[in-house]
Design a protein around this ligand. Structure first.
Ligand SMILES: [Zn+2]
Length: 403
């Protein structure tokens, strides 16, 4: 077994928990104070066991357990992997010394004890067709009656026209009333009877079997807006919640409907949950297409671009540039009139933003020769996101440069 593989077998919360205090799990995450910036409040540094990843939303540091130890102790990834295995009793001190002394990156080793396999009771994600059926029924059952607060945010802050509001919904609660409407909707799709419906919903990200043996979906403690997300074929590929009240500093207002926290382990709230993974998101132009495929990050930015005539891929997190790039390349193939890709990142010059932009540009350029790859840029004084710039009337201040 490879030392890196072996290190990966130790759960990430155990790896990171060796060095810093972690609280949780709560909604699938452990929280701690980020050791990589002067963190004073819980909220920005999150450890996600379902993905075996940590991420700090304040300073941008992220990675797996080996990355954490390597950065925390300022040692090489190899030394970090060795140290993890030794700390958790998977290799002896002698083997660790040999590995350090030899500076061998890949050595087959026989672990002292096999890491204990903790069984995770997660459901296999269903097909995109099934997700579309479940989420369409969910949105229909939720209805489109938005509170005045929500309407105010959408119209005043996001500059949506009133006829665009019907796309959104108020995030429902697990009430008997909601469930009866939801079940009626599922029946209309040919999925009939509680038993069949419950079985159908396990494997839909966001749903899980609760501790009473029934089915629940993820709700929001505070008022949240529901945003349907569509893939390149116009099918619902995911649902996003947008918290309406201000959130903890460094925490995102947005999250995807996902239930990987319900994995049957320890004090988990349930089992047979399902991770949403990468949620494909495409916005088709709302007016005559300008033959440009834009790639951006965030629902309202994508919407702003679609209204300007762009065909838009929404990355949903700048770390998703690889799968988002694949979607953009497929769209260019589907629509041969495409003449360029436009990368529309926020006007902030952080390392993660720069890495994402460069990675994406390289990917697009190496796959197509005839298409230009450009980036939109503007002075940050006109706004952080493209939607801010456009909504405050500074669209003419946006320039593009070749990447
Ligand atoms: Zn940090």
């Amino acid at each position: 077994m490879d030392i890196f593989e072996l290190a990966k077998s130790v759960s990430i919360e155990d790896v990171i928990g060796t060095y810093i205090d972690l609280e949780g799990p709560k909604q699938g995450h452990y929280l701690g104070l980020c050791p990589f910036h002067g963190d004073k409040h819980l909220g920005s540094f999150k450890v996600t066991p379902a993905k075996s990843m940590f991420k700090c939303w304040a300073c941008g540091m992220q990675g797996d357990g080996v990355d954490f130890v390597s950065k925390y102790l300022n040692i090489s990834p190899l030394e970090a992997a060795v140290r993890i295995c030794e700390t958790h009793g998977l290799i002896s001190r002698e083997t660790a010394d040999q590995l350090f002394g030899g500076k061998i990156s890949h050595l087959d080793i026989t672990p002292l004890k096999m890491p204990k396999k903790v069984e995770q009771l997660l459901a296999k994600r269903r097909s995109i067709e099934d997700l579309n059926i479940a989420y369409t029924a969910f949105v229909n059952a939720a209805g489109h009656n938005l509170s005045l607060d929500f309407i105010r945010v959408l119209v005043e802050e996001r500059r949506l026209a009133t006829n665009e509001l019907s796309e959104y919904f108020t995030w429902p609660r697990n009430t008997a009333k909601f469930w009866s409407t939801f079940r009626e909707q599922l029946s209309a799709e040919g999925i009939r009877g509680d038993k069949e419906q419950n079985a159908f919903l396990l494997g839909i990200p966001g749903f899980y079997q609760n501790l009473q043996g029934g089915i629940s979906f993820v709700t929001s403690r505070k008022a949240a807006l529901g945003i349907p997300v569509k893939n390149r074929n116009g099918k619902l590929s995911g649902l996003q919640l947008r918290q309406m009240e201000p959130v903890v500093e460094g925490e995102s207002r947005y999250r995807f409907l996902s239930s990987a926290f319900a994995n049957g382990r320890g004090n988990s709230r349930g089992k047979y949950g399902c991770s949403c993974g990468y949620v494909e998101s495409v916005e088709y132009p709302r007016r005559h297409w300008n033959r440009t495929i834009a790639i951006t990050e965030g629902h309202f930015k994508a919407l702003t671009l679609a209204k300007l005539g762009f065909l838009v891929v929404n990355m949903h997190g700048i770390s998703n540039w690889r799968p988002a790039g694949d979607v953009a390349l497929d769209l260019a193939k589907r629509y041969p009139k495409t003449n360029r890709f436009l990368l529309v990142f926020d006007s902030e010059d952080t390392k993660p933003v720069e890495q994402s932009k460069q990675g994406l540009a390289q990917k697009l350029k190496s796959s197509t020769e005839k298409l230009a790859v450009e980036a939109a840029c503007w002075d940050p004084q006109y706004g952080k996101g493209i939607d801010d710039v456009v909504n405050s009337g500074f669209i003419k201040k946006i320039t593009t440069n070749k990447l």
